[in-house]
Design a protein around this ligand. Sequence first.
Ligand code: DSN
Length: 411
Amino acid sequence: MKISDLIAKERRRQQETLMMIPSENYTYPEVRRAVGSVLMHKYSEGYAHRRYYQGNEIIDKIEDLAVENAKKLFGVPYANVQPYSGSPANATVYFALLQPGDKIMGLKLSGGGHLTHGHPNITFSGKYFQSTQYDVEPDGRIDYEKLEKLARTENPKLIVAGTTAYPRILDWKKFAKIADSVGAILMADIAHIAGLVAGGSHPSPVSYVHIVTTTTHKTLRGPRGAMIMITEKGLKLDEKMGEKIDKAIFPGLQGGPHNNTTAGIAITLEKSMGKTFASYAKAIVSNAKELADELLKYGFNLATGGTDNHLMVVDVRPFGIDGKTFAIALEKAGIIVNFNTIPHDPNPPFRPSGIRLGTPAVTARGMGKPQMKQIGKWILEVAKNYSNEKKLKSIKLQVKSLCKKFPVDLA
Ligand code: DSN
């Protein structure tokens, strides 16, 4: 089969199913056009106005715009838009500001953190740095007093405040107090919530932390890429932090920036400034709350008992199944989620007790509370009929007809 046919099939899959993995979203057609444009032909090692290649007059303007938009949107004095994605962005921060063997402290992957937050042995963050990790409590919440005690005992050089599967508001003030009390650099990884922060639906970390990393393709709805931003507080701590980050990205870790992505980021950031985007961010959260309420009503357990943001972690054991079996059954019904560990999961990561689902993409399609109620009903039906292929197929047809009513521009 030709690649063009496979792309057409994938387009149809995205159009006809409910994309509910909380880190996925539909970007804007303008962004897709920029990312697929001639900008990808150009090499631009270096930074705007100081490149190692000629012919970058236009690329410089594009990168300047992306940087300016990032500074304006998030209210920071420094931004670098070149990281290829979230993991390289986090790696850059550690390599720029730490020495190999220095201690970092992040949230455990199984508690809702990320591999790059110090996951031991198998990641650069746990191999080249000493890692000590905090966890969520059995109810799924971060206990900030416990975190403070751990920080005082372990004395990390850098603390990561960031999550990929945490359904509650992060208390930046508490994180700052803890980091300041042990003299640690505080890094916020807002990859999941960047769109909520930009839209005013999650508090911004900018006045509390030294440095912020984020991807650009989750709640922010941009192309796959990432940014590193330094706050006033960060520059006060180290006025050379920006130079260090720039050097750690290029030539430290990466070669030429992906200019096509940079253009997509510039467009995305501009689109994230207006009232329309703020309403979108608000709707993501109200949809998530609505769906969480439905699932609770139907007997699912939710980590932390609900959600304040775009996602929820659902313990599916009350229905006598595991997360993987359930995620596979949901896929057969046209509802795409990922299986996920629940806090202190007794089961292994490859067959955990839960699923993680979120509302950024369905909200981008224009779906609202009535649709969340309907999705909740379908999720219940799948749980009750997970091995009934006929039933799953019939739900898939209903999902397809709902999706038809909320088309997304994928041209
Ligand atoms: N893989 C992303 C997620 O799904 O949350 C995090 O990088």
